[in-house]
Design a protein around this ligand. Sequence first.
Ligand SMILES: Cc1cc2nc3c(=O)[nH]c(=O)nc-3n(C[C@H](O)[C@H](O)[C@H](O)COP(=O)(O)O)c2cc1C
Length: 173
Amino acid sequence: MLFDILKSRRSIRKFQNKEVEKEKIDVILKSALLSPSSRSIRPWQFIAVTDAVLIRQLSLCRGPASQFLSGAPLAIVVLADKTSSDAWIEDTSIAATIIQLTVQDLDLGSCWIQVRERFHTEQETAGDYIREVLEIPEQYRVECMIAIGYPAEEKKPYEESTLLYQKLHYNKF
Ligand SMILES: Cc1cc2nc3c(=O)[nH]c(=O)nc-3n(C[C@H](O)[C@H](O)[C@H](O)COP(=O)(O)O)c2cc1C
């Protein structure tokens, strides 16, 4: 049940030294392509990175904040043509979330690494750094990277009793 997947999904930043099978990568990527998007423009692109040298380079994009990616066997970089839709941030975020939930359903773990509005150095954005590493054309903007692999850390699922029910409103605020 999707609700059980939502409760058990936690950010995983430590991964086993084990590849993600091609069949699973295919399912994850197809799930991303099933994402809804504003006016069905589907402005996103997805880059599945399994090359260890490239993953190491990507892990350097935000210093300590992205370092854990170096231990992941798979990263999916989520980007969009910013000129094709004014809702590209929403569209890429939805796709990234669908990727994370599919990953959870496949008994893998994942963690979002924020790229948009983040910096590699004082002069260079994290997105520009990634565009150079992966040879991404100029009109594309990177929203995030999803680090994926078999978990090497255990995290407790969320419990319904700890949900922030005070954030829920009925009819009026
Ligand atoms: C938009 C967004 C950006 C995030 N950026 C990062 C990040 O750059 N690095 C990181 O380690 N975790 C990042 N996370 C993961 C959050 O820290 C994590 O989801 C949050 O602490 C809740 O923990 P949980 O995922 O285990 O429920 C991000 C999550 C979201 C939704």
